[in-house]
Design a protein around this ligand. Structure first.
Ligand code: FDA
Length: 311
């Protein structure tokens, strides 16, 4: 999810957009297998097939037409149509899945009014099909606009149709969390995945982890159907400890993880009776997502924690 450095993004986009190059690269069995592990596929049909596979294993899905910062109105319209098609297919096939949307992918940088109209079309479809849409949170400069847009949508469509994300690394996230919990918003809590200036975000790993633990506890105490999105085994253990201490049922919240990341942890939590939802990126700039996951894979295999990136 995180924004990659320009060089990595360029390499990933080259792979994603150049069909000859993509075929050559993905012809390598090892890369094809890894793409299949972390990416839902090149189009909606493959994303839906991935969700069906997850559902068969008791896992929920959240489909995301991957990418951010649409560069043309046509690209933004495609992302809007993709979200609508995904909601329709989820409703028709009765899949256990949501849709995740990024404001900049549906054109917020190009024309905020277009993005707002697009989001309303998406949420109208969610209302018709009984679906749910999560607005992903992007770089810090978009946070306030995203929260305002979300609040407008929440008042019209309600917390059963639209949810938001809070990033614990943001220095001002406590106020945002209070503001949203007071509205009964459905919140996905994450540590935060972007390269940001140090006056905007906490930058030491220990500070971010402490903030994340604090926010998990506040959300479990007062949240409305919260989602704890992390692959961090300590944060998962902390969530379970707080849940038990507060006497909450396992259905009071859900865990969320990226497709293919820590699959053993996902399966174990499911076996223990927790709800687990996998974020399934498909289509769009899927190669950027794959590169992001591959960069973290060696560290995971070595069991090393990756330092948090700040400017
Ligand atoms: P941490 O970074 O400590 O990682 C824990 C372990 O998981 C490490 O071993 C690490 O290597 C491994 N790991 C983590 N991410 C991995 C990856 N991509 N590939 C391979 N291994 C990985 N952020 C944001 O700013 N806005 C958003 O809307 C969202 N939405 C979102 C949805 C979902 C479902 C998830 C899981 C995450 C997000 N994020 C996000 C990203 C989030 O902010 C954060 O950057 C990552 O989840 C990594 O943080 P962890 O909590 O996993 O801990």
């Amino acid at each position: 999810l995180a924004k990659e450095t320009p060089m990595i993004r360029k390499a990933a986009l080259l792979i994603a957009r150049n069909s000859w190059f993509r075929k050559a690269i993905l012809g390598l069995p090892v890369l094809r297998d890894l793409a299949g592990r972390f990416v839902g596929g090149k189009d909606l049909a493959s994303g839906l097939a991935t969700v069906r596979g997850l559902n068969a294993r008791g896992l929920k899905g959240s489909l995301n037409f991957h990418g951010m910062h649409a560069e043309s109105i046509a690209e933004a319209q495609t992302a809007i149509d993709q979200a609508i098609d995904a909601l329709q297919a989820i409703g028709a096939d009765r899949l256990d899945a949501h849709v995740s949307v990024k404001l900049t992918k549906i054109g917020f940088d190009l024309d905020p009014a277009l993005a707002e109209a697009g989001l309303r079309r998406i949420l109208d479809c969610a209302a018709r099909t009984g679906g749910f849409v999560r607005l992903d949170m992007e770089e810090a400069v978009y946070v306030e606009d995203t929260l305002r847009m979300f609040e407008a949508m929440l008042s019209q469509y309600g917390p059963e149709r639209v949810g938001i994300v809070i990033q614990s690394y943001l220095r001002h996230r406590r106020q945002d969390l209070d503001r949203l919990m007071a509205l009964g918003a459905s919140i996905r809590l994450v540590k935060g995945g972007y390269r940001e200036a140090r006056d905007v975000v906490l930058h030491r790993r220990v500070e971010i982890d402490t903030a994340f633990h604090e926010d998990i506890e506040r959300l479990l105490r007062q949240g409305h159907a919260p989602a704890i999105a992390t692959h961090d085994a300590e944060a998962v253990a902390w969530t379970k400890t707080v849940q038990k201490r507060l006497g909450l049922g396992q259905d009071a919240f859900e865990f969320q993880m990226l497709l293919g990341v820590k699959p053993d942890l996902q399966a174990r939590l499911r076996e223990e009776g927790y709800a687990v939802r996998c974020y399934v990126p498909y289509g769009g700039d899927w190669a950027t997502h794959l590169v992001g996951c591959l960069r973290r894979l060696p560290m995971d295999l070595l069991g090393a924690a990756r330092p948090h990136r700040t400017k």
